[in-house]
Design a protein around this ligand. Structure first.
Ligand SMILES: NC(=O)c1ccc[n+]([C@@H]2O[C@H](COP(=O)([O-])OP(=O)(O)OC[C@H]3O[C@@H](n4cnc5c(N)ncnc54)[C@H](OP(=O)(O)O)[C@@H]3O)[C@@H](O)[C@H]2O)c1
Length: 320
C-alpha cells in the first residue's frame, strides 16, 4: 500500500518539495496510525525545508534532512492502532504534533503529543489552533506567567503566534496592545486587543507606554530596543533564535528586566494540547485561517509562508 506525501530530500527553496507515492506506514506497538485530514504550513516547516537557522541542520541532518517527509501539526482520524494502545481506537478524531504530517497518513506514539479533537471544533480549527496557540500559551503562561491586569504588548499580532497570543493574553486577563501593519489592525482588534499600534506608522518602542511583557511573536525587535518600554521588572520574550537574541539573553542576566526565549514546539504534551482544545471547545480560542492549499500544492503554501505576510494559519487540506 502506498500514500501521497510531500518530501524534501535536500534543503532549499520551495522547489525542493516533491509530492511522491511512498509506502503507507503501519503502527508499531504503542503507536497509532492517523489518516490525516488537515495540516498546516508555518515558519517552522519552512525552516525545516531550508535548513535555516543552522540549529535545524544540527538537529535534523547536516547536509540533507534525515527524514524527508515534511510537516509537524495535523488533525485527522485514527485508522488503526498498534499493540498495547488503550487510549485511542479506530475512528477517533484526533489532533497532534509529530513529524511527517504532510502526508495522507502519519504514525506516532499514542503517548506522544496527541489528543482527542472535540466534536464542535473542526479539523481545520484544531490544527490551526495548535499552530501558533501552543507556542503563544507556552510563552505567555509557562514562561511569563501573565497575570490579570498586566500590560502585554504583542509584536507581530497578525501572525499565527501573535493572533493566538492576543486571544491567550486576553484569556489570562491582560490588557493587550497589538502591533501589526495597518491592513491587519481590524483583524487583531477583533481578536480582543485593547489597543493597536500600526508599525508602519509608529515605532512601538517609542510609544512612551510601558509594558510588563513584550512578546515579540515575530522576532523583529530586540531586548535592547524594548527595554525603554518595559517596566523595571518587565520581560521581553522572543520566538526567534538569533545572535542578537543570545546577546539580549546574556545582557538580561545583569538587569532586573529580563529577556527569554523558548523552544515551545519541544515543550508540548498531551495535556497542553488538551488544554488548548478545551479552550477551543468553549470558544475562548477562535481559529484565524488565511489560506488553504491542497497537499499537491504544498510548495505554493511554502512560498506564501516565506513571504512573511500570512495572517494566522495557512492550511494544507489533505483529505476531504
Ligand atoms: N520558538 C518557538 O518555539 C517557535 C514556535 C513557533 C514559531 N516560532 C517562530 O515564530 C515566528 C512567528 O510565526 P508566525 O507563524 O506567527 O508568523 P509569520 O508567518 O512568521 O509572520 C507573519 C506575520 O508577521 C507580520 N510581520 C511581518 N513583519 C513584521 C514586522 N516587522 N513587525 C510586526 N509584524 C510583522 C505580518 O504582518 P504584516 O503583513 O502586517 O506585516 C504577518 O501577519 C516565526 O519566526 C516562527 O519561526 C517559534
Amino acid at each position: 500500500m502506498t500514500m501521497k506525501a510531500v518530501l524534501a530530500t535536500r534543503y532549499g527553496s520551495p522547489d525542493v518539495l516533491e509530492l511522491r507515492d511512498i509506502p503507507k506506514p503501519t503502527p508499531k506497538p504503542g503507536e497509532v496510525l492517523v489518516k490525516v485530514h488537515t495540516a498546516v504550513v508555518g515558519p517552522s516547516d519552512t525552516a525545516f525545508r531550508k535548513g535555516d537557522p543552522f540549529i535545524v541542520r544540527l538537529m535534523f541532518g547536516l547536509t540533507k534532512p534525515r527524514n524527508p517527509i515534511q510537516g509537524t501539526e495535523f488533525s485527522g482520524v485514527v485508522e488503526s492502532i498498534g499493540e498495547g494502545v488503550n487510549d485511542y481506537k479506530p475512528g477517533d478524531a484526533v489532533m497532534g504534533m509529530g513529524f511527517s504530517s504532510h502526508a495522507e497518513y502519519v504514525t506516532l506514539a499514542a503517548k506522544g503529543t496527541l489528543c482527542h479533537k472535540p466534536a464542535n471544533v473542526s479539523y481545520e480549527a484544531a490544527v490551526g489552533i495548535c499552530d501558533g496557540a501552543a507556542t503563544a500559551m507556552t510563552f505567555l503562561k509557562q514562561v511569563a506567567d501573565v497575570k490579570p491586569g498586566q500590560r502585554v504588548l504583542i509584536n507581530g499580532a497578525s501572525g499565527a503566534v501573535g493572533a493566538y497570543g492576543v486571544q491567550i493574553a486576553k484569556y489570562l486577563g491582560a490588557h493587550v496592545t497589538g502591533v501589526c501593519s495597518g491592513k491587519n489592525v481590524e483583524l487583531v482588534r477583533s481578536l480582543g486587543a485593547d489597543e493597536m499600534i500600526d508599525y508602519t506608522a509608529t515605532d512601538f518602542t517609542l510609544s512612551g507606554q510601558t509594558y510588563d511583557v513584550v512578546f515579540d511573536a515575530v522576532g523583529k525587535s530586540s531586548f535592547g530596543k524594548c527595554r525603554r518600554i518595559l517596566t523595571p521588572k518587565g520581560l521581553y520574550l522572543t520566538t526567534v533564535p538569533t545572535l542578537g537574541m543570545l546577546g539580549g539573553l546574556i545582557r538580561s542576566r545583569f538587569t532586573t528586566q529580563k529577556a527569554k526565549f523558548a523552544t515551545a514546539g519541544l515543550m508540548q504534551t498531551p495535556e497542553s494540547l488538551r488544554h488548548l482544545m478545551a479552550l477551543a471547545e468553549k470558544g475562548v480560542l477562535r481559529p484565524v485561517i488565511d489560506r488553504r492549499y491542497p497537499l499537491a500544492q504544498a510548495a505554493d503554501a511554502h512560498r506564501y509562508v516565506d513571504s512573511e505576510r500570512k495572517r494566522g494559519n495557512v492550511i494544507l487540506t489533505v483529505a476531504g
